[in-house]
Design a protein around this ligand. Structure first.
Ligand SMILES: Nc1ncnc2c1ncn2[C@@H]1O[C@H](COP(=O)(O)OP(=O)(O)OP(=O)(O)O)[C@@H](O)[C@H]1O
Ligand SMILES: [Mg+2]
Length: 285
């Protein structure tokens, strides 16, 4: 095949996907784990987001910042501890979370997307009091469990052609700030906005049967299987809130929930615009 017809066939393959997702909200969770894996993946991710926006989709980016928060916590002399994949967040850790997410990661993603046009604006669940939380578990300190998402601010941004880049910080009804696991926030935002699709980008190919062996990728998980996968110890650490959030999204009406490898250049485009869906797909029972 000549390179012309090769390029043309790639574009034609994308056509039905562009049509199907035209005007539809796609929530993309970008892991802090991917951001810290190398310098290039953010640039290709940002180009992909700009491209899908430019062909008529409505992307909403939610991001984490695990490694970046760890770095700041260490500099502040605060120890990072996790329970079932969730960061124990005392008052000093909450400051490290705010600095990591709002100081380092959020503007980095906004900047990268806006190299392709002034599309993106940074917000958090605190803006417009969009994400209301309550304490999840007293052992975790200021870790929020989502009570409700008011879609008006994010929905309005999207309708105005803006790509919201959302940091996972929220407030309770008394105005206290909380750290929210970004996977959980992405799931709640996707359900509240009626997203067509939710895609998690992390530093693994998807859910693995053996976390040490990328060849053990599980292509499809029914939400009813998730509890047993956690119970058996196959799913651990940061993957626990991720699969739990994926289940909540499916049960909250998001028809398509996928987990893909954010380290692979243009994995987002491959997932959205080609037949070569990679990673783990979640489905109802
Ligand atoms: N069965 C499993 N399959 C794949 N990864 C797993 C599994 N069990 C545990 N993990 C771990 O989960 C990690 C991904 O979650 P993690 O919270 O670290 O990243 P992230 O959510 O992408 O980033 P951030 O939390 O900064 O947003 C993987 O790097 C891996 O170490
Ligand atoms: Mg995580």
């Amino acid at each position: 095949m000549s390179s012309f017809s090769g390029s043309a066939s790639v574009l034609i393959e994308a056509l039905p996907y562009i049509q199907r997702f035209n005007g539809k909200i796609v929530v993309i969770k970008y892991g802090g784990s991917v951001l810290s894996s190398d310098g290039e993946s953010l640039e290709t991710f940002a180009a992909d987001v700009a491209l899908i926006h430019s062909v008529g989709m409505k992307p909403v980016v939610v991001h984490g910042g695990g490694p970046q928060i760890d770095r700041i916590a260490t500099a502040l002399g605060v120890e990072s501890r996790f329970v079932d994949g969730l960061r124990v967040t005392g008052a000093s850790m909450l400051e490290a979370v705010q600095m990591g997410l709002l100081g380092l990661v959020n503007p980095e993603i906004v900047r990268a997307i806006n190299r392709h046009g002034d599309f993106a604006s940074g917000v958090s669940g605190v803006d417009g009091s969009s994400v209301l939380v309550r304490p999840k578990d007293e052992r975790l300190g200021f870790v929020g469990e989502v009570v409700s998402v008011d879609p008006s601010l994010l929905g309005g941004m999207v309708d105005d052609g803006v790509i919201p880049v959302v940091a996972s910080i929220a407030v309770d009804s008394a105005g206290q700030l909380y750290n929210v696991n970004a996977d959980t926030l992405a799931s709640s935002v996707a359900a509240a906005l009626g997203a067509e699709k939710l895609i998690y980008l992390s530093n693994v190919p998807g859910v693995l049967r053996d976390p040490q062996n990328p060849a053990t990728l599980i292509n499809q998980i029914r939400v009813g299987e998730i509890a047993a996968l956690i119970e058996s110890g196959i799913i651990g650490g940061g993957m626990i809130p991720k699969v739990t959030a994926a289940r909540d999204a499916v049960e909250g009406g998001v028809a398509r929930v996928h987990m893909i490898d954010g380290r692979v250049p243009h994995s987002l485009l491959l997932e959205l615009l080609t037949d070569r869906g990679v990673g783990t797909m979640f489905s109802g029972d």
